[in-house]
Design a protein. Structure first.
Length: 239
């Protein structure tokens, strides 16, 4: 039996519910208890602070519904400054015939504290996520063969699973991401063709800013189909 285990943690700050941590696994029943303990401990020791609310949801998965995807190819661009990192991403977007790169990057730099991702229509620049405050959360994904939990927390491993699902989603032509973890300055851009491209510096150390943008083309898929895949398609990543 395969189970989805989702953890969400938040903290009430000045009457506002602030997102602290979130993670998900899809695992066999035999390690379910270990995974629950791991996710609880992870929530309680996050660098953004100790939460006052933790939700852990456990759900049985029909194995016949699982789609297996090969992990994206990975490459890395090393830059000396945040500015240089954004110059690279702008150049990359323009090379993919994506217009208005400056607008897209300004949105990425100036968005923070969203639980989920922005869905941006690349032609009209219209934001299409149903909840503009929280964004769209991608769920039901993991590696096919479980990795050591300590290794899995490595941002790269989690991000590669998510990016692989996202760029294989109907209608999505690319993803941009800056982690909101204060001590993690690496971000990435990903497409199905070019894979997962890590950019070594997209924010300054200590910054809690971070955001994720899914670049969506309405000519390639209906938004309803895109959202259904992101939210509900069960995916295991191979490699």
């Amino acid at each position: 039996m395969i189970y989805s285990v989702k953890m969400r943690a938040s903290k009430n700050i000045n009457g506002k519910k602030v997102h602290i941590s979130g993670a998900e696994r899809m695992v066999e029943e035999k390690i379910l208890g270990e995974v629950i303990t791991y996710l609880k401990n992870r929530a309680m020791s996050h660098e953004k602070g100790k939460p006052d609310f933790i939700n852990i949801k456990i759900e049985e998965i029909d194995e016949n519904e699982i789609l297996e995807l090969n992990a994206l190819n990975v490459s890395e661009i090393k830059v000396k400054s945040v500015m240089e990192g954004f110059v690279f991403i702008k150049s990359f977007l323009e090379s993919q015939n994506i217009k208005n790169a400056d607008y897209i990057l300004n949105l990425l730099k100036n968005t923070s504290n969203m639980r989920g991702a922005i869905i941006l229509e690349v032609n009209s620049l219209e934001r299409l996520e149903p909840d503009l405050k929280s964004g769209v959360r991608v769920t039901y994904m993991d590696y096919k063969k479980i990795k050591n939990f300590k290794e899995y927390k490595i941002h790269f491993n989690e991000a590669l699973v998510l990016a692989t699902k996202v760029v294989n989603t109907p209608g999505i032509v690319g993803e941009l991401c800056i982690s909101d973890d204060p001590n993690y300055t690496i971000g990435y851009v990903a497409t199905k063709k070019h894979g997962y491209i890590r950019v070594s510096k997209l924010k300054e150390i200590g910054s809690q800013n971070g955001a994720r943008i899914f670049l969506y083309d309405k000519n390639k898929a209906d938004l309803k189909e895109t959202l259904e895949f992101l939210r509900n398609k069960k995916v295991l990543v191979v490699g």
